[in-house]
Design a protein around this ligand. Structure first.
Ligand SMILES: [Fe+2]
Length: 305
């Protein structure tokens, strides 16, 4: 019972065609103009033309109709709107102004990834053949849209909305800076970051393993080196491998793999994050632009209009 994953996001981008070309090369499957499916979770990305980039709508997947009824009651109790839509209900997150919709949608149904046979001192699993990852061809196919990181001008208020009203739980946090929240078992699905305004920092798509993170990132920057932002590295918080790219609209887009799953919060032992572990466990140092997107000033000025 309950919400369990991101179903879909609607992104505002200044040039739908340019962003569409990026996401197609990234490995998503076009399903219509400005619409994209992941390999295992159906249509998960919609691009809408707008002057400024950003998150227009976050659609969350509920398991059953009762979850929608429960959410409607919780929204009413919090004094928030709960508009009935075609597929469920929709409201507005009060701190960021982002539209958040809920609809009944199934889980990510992913095939088991191909077995890998890594060699290591003391354990040789592969002889007389190269590693499959270096001979495989074709684009990486992201399994699902696994998380997003949203900057909010009021972290506490956004946490009240996602946790107290919608039932998200905090897996990990750096208090006052960023909170990694989940509604299913994936360590973070919506991470909320204190920011001077509403800024979508990045979207992350889950792939089968670190080889696909590295292969996907390399293919994308082979085609256009200007897309590279940060990678290959591994986060400490949530453990995922990452490679961040820059899409033409200005959003950051991540290939992610091997993210923690959390069933019992009491058994999960988050670290006491400090130093660069807040950002990453290992990899190259992050560019300044990762910490402060170059268009942040422009986006904040537009919000103040
Ligand atoms: Fe991420």
């Amino acid at each position: 019972m309950g919400l369990h994953r991101i179903s879909r996001v609607d992104l505002a981008v200044p040039d739908v065609e340019a962003s569409s070309a990026f996401f197609t090369e990234f490995g998503l499957e076009p399903t219509g103009p400005g619409r994209f499916a992941t390999r295992d979770a159906g249509e998960q990305l919609v691009l809408t033309a707008a002057r400024h980039r950003g998150l227009r709508e976050l659609v969350l997947a509920a398991e059953e109709d009762d979850d929608l009824a429960r959410a409607a009651r919780a929204l009413a109790a919090a004094g928030l709107p709960a508009d009935v839509t075609d597929g469920g209900l929709a409201t507005v997150e009060p701190a960021t102004g982002v539209r958040v919709a809920l609809e009944v949608t199934g889980p990510v149904v992913a095939p088991a990834p191909p077995e890998v046979f890594p060699n290591a001192p003391g354990r040789v699993l592969r002889r007389d053949e190269p590693a499959a990852a270096v001979v495989v061809d074709g684009p990486v196919r992201p399994s699902n849209l696994t998380h997003l990181v949203l900057g909010t001008p009021d972290l506490d208020a956004s946490l009240r909305f996602f946790c107290d009203v919608l039932g998200f739980r905090i897996s990990d946090q750096v208090p006052g800076v960023i909170a990694f929240t989940r509604c299913g078992d994936v360590h973070h699905q919506v991470a909320l970051q204190q920011a001077p305004g509403t800024i979508l920092h990045h979207l992350a798509f889950e792939v089968d393993g670190v080889d696909d993170v590295a292969r996907g990132g390399t293919r994308m920057i082979d085609a256009d080196a200007g897309r590279h932002l940060w990678g290959l590295g591994r986060h400490a918080i949530g453990s995922n491998w990452f490679w961040y790219l820059r899409e033409p609209g200005g959003h950051y887009v991540e290939y992610a793999a091997d993210v923690d799953r959390v069933d019992a919060q009491e058994d999960y032992r988050p670290g006491d994050w400090s130093g660069h572990d807040v950002l990453y466990a290992f990899g190259p140092p992050p560019p300044l632009e990762f910490l402060e997107p170059v268009d942040a000033g422009e986006l904040l000025a537009a919000q103040a209009e």
